[in-house]
Design a protein around this ligand. Structure first.
Ligand SMILES: Cc1cc2nc3c(=O)[nH]c(=O)nc-3n(C[C@H](O)[C@H](O)[C@H](O)COP(=O)(O)O)c2cc1C
Length: 215
């Protein structure tokens, strides 16, 4: 049995994306869109983004991670350096980040190169996390097979005992990645599927080429 979804039809018309209103650099537009998403009451988890990697097996894989900073230095997120995504990045640092903010009928797709952040940066960010998340980072060997839920909870108990009355230090296998963008694609939904798509591609230091793509 195949469930048909062909009655799902949404038309878009909240906004437009026109060259005369935007910069020749992508970051100002990303910043504006991010801030508009932050301010919108119907956007939840504005910094949740899809991270796509493609590792040794050649299969792309997407998963959600949280964007923790963005700016001229790049886009950062934090994770386990032994996870599937980290193994993929070690093989192939080309990644794709994407955001979908349905309340604004907007999508942003960023291709870039991922690099581990410095140990110092990871330590600083780890220290800012709630204690429960810090303990969780020790307790979970992310992306490995668990025998049961109990096994995970047992690991957490052991970690809680180990760090009882102590500060939780950053696990060596945990840290950040910084993605240096190579292209930004901005998508604004429009009527009759004639959406606006603007792509910025990095050429060289401070130089980006901007083009409109057919929807
Ligand atoms: C809203 C949301 C936020 C998440 N944030 C992170 C994150 O910042 N870092 C992370 O490692 N995993 C995060 N996860 C879990 C990942 O999606 C994923 O399950 C995990 O990183 C393991 O992925 P991997 O096995 O492909 O490496 C988040 C999941 C969701 C749904």
């Amino acid at each position: 049995m195949q469930k048909s979804l062909d009655t799902y039809r949404k038309s878009y018309g909240k906004s437009e994306l026109l060259e005369e209103n935007i910069s020749f650099f992508p970051l100002p537009l990303f910043t504006t869109w991010f801030e508009e998403a932050e301010a919108h009451p119907d956007v939840g988890e504005v910094n949740a983004m899809t991270l796509a990697t493609c590792g040794i097996e050649g299969f792309p894989k997407n998963r959600i991670v949280l964007l923790k900073s963005f700016g001229v230095n790049g886009f950062s997120f934090y994770t386990n350096y032994d996870s599937e995504k980290a193994n993929d990045i070690a093989e192939n640092p080309r990644v794709c980040l994407s955001f979908f903010w349905p309340a604004l009928e907007r999508q942003v797709i960023i291709k870039g190169i991922a690099m581990k952040t410095s140990e110092e940066d990871s330590i600083t960010y780890f220290a800012s996390r709630p204690r429960g998340s810090q303990l969780g980072a020790w307790a979970s060997n992310q992306s490995t097979i668990l025998g049961s839920r109990e096994e995970l909870e047992h690991q957490l108990k052991e970690i809680e005992e180990r760090f009882q009355n102590k500060e939780v230090e950053k696990p060596p296998h945990w840290g950040g990645y910084l993605v240096t963008p190579r292209s930004f694609e901005f998508w604004q939904g429009r009527e009759n599927r004639l959406h606006d798509r603007i792509i910025y591609e990095f050429l060289e230091k401070d130089t980006w080429e901007r083009n409109r793509l057919a929807p």
